[in-house]
Design a protein around this ligand. Structure first.
Ligand code: PDD
Length: 276
């Protein structure tokens, strides 16, 4: 079952107008919220980021927090690991016009899907130029650059593209990036250049709570090539160790000790949610 504009229905029955601005312009925003033990993970943080994305495109949330939670409750299926995908577009205006229409009802779509298991042996990534627009802090559904960059990574035998702008590492095509540089867990600071990842924030929170040295600062690609460890973080991939970058081993070519530590802390944190 999925949720569309106030109704629950099988996905095959869900229909959206061809005049929907999501379809015509990619005019909308989204969220991906993990669900562990039947409970949405870091729900408040995800809903606040949704508000920020909506404000960034001159929209307001069509549902309040209580209403969102009710929709999620209806869609969450059992207690296995799953994720909610939530999308809001500016809706269907009577004609195609770039200008923002007045008085159009947004289209609200939510579905819940299983999370695929995370490969603990690590993955390969490649560097790609960051060809995206300049408002990457907004979680916009307009993802053509991300799609092309991820596909370039897959074509080159890797699972993720790491985006480079002016010689700096920014984030992944659908993830944030952490590197262990001289024993310090390092990630680029929040800015319009990257999505403020909810997993990113949790990793920093867990590191700080456990006195693991960490720093938010710009990282050059040259530095990252020398990193002891490199990780990707996202709601659906948690903390994923990168063991090859551009076909060269990262560190000793295996998931590193700091990754093992943070991975364990993350699993313990998740477990609390499953059995509070
Ligand atoms: N993507 N950066 C980008 C560009 C992303 O698309 C994502 C997540 C992240 C990580 O954010 P978070 O930790 O809040 O999931 C960073 C989701 C999972 C997606 O598009 O499917």
């Amino acid at each position: 079952m999925i949720y569309l504009n106030g109704s629950y229905m099988p996905v095959e029955e869900a229909k959206v107008s061809v005049l929907d601005r999501g379809f015509l312009f990619g005019d909308g925003v989204y969220e991906v919220i993990p669900v562990y033990g039947g409970r949405p993970f870091r729900l408040g943080e995800h809903l606040r980021r949704l508000d920020d994305s909506l404000r960034g495109i001159r929209m307001e949330s069509p549902l309040d927090d209580v209403q969102w939670l009710e929709v999620f409750r209806q869609l969450i299926d059992g207690t296995h690991d799953q994720y909610l995908y939530l999308q809001i577009t500016r809706g269907a205006a009577p004609k195609r016009d770039h200008a923002i229409p007045v008085g159009v009802k947004p289209t609200v779509f939510v579905m819940c899907s299983p999370i695929s298991p995370i490969p603990p042996e690590g993955v390969a990534a490649v560097t790609v130029p960051d060809i995206r627009w300049q408002w990457c802090h907004i979680k916009a559904i307009t993802l053509l650059s991300n799609v092309l960059l991820r596909q370039e990574a897959l074509d080159r035998g890797a699972i993720e593209g790491i985006l480079i702008r002016d010689g700096r590492v920014i984030e992944g095509a659908a993830s944030n990036v952490f590197a262990v540089l001289g024993g310090v867990l390092t990630t680029p600071p929040k800015s319009h250049e990257l999505l403020p990842g909810i997993t990113r924030d949790l990793v920093l929170e867990l590191a700080r709570a456990n006195r693991i040295p960490c720093e938010e600062r710009q990282m050059t690609l040259a530095e990252v090539r020398q990193a002891d460890e490199l990780w990707l973080t996202s709601s659906t991939r948690e903390i994923l160790p990168v063991i090859r970058l551009d076909e060269m081993p990262v560190g000793n070519g295996e998931p590193g000790p700091l990754w093992a530590r943070l991975h364990q802390l993350y699993q313990t944190y998740k477990q609390h949610l499953r059995n509070p």
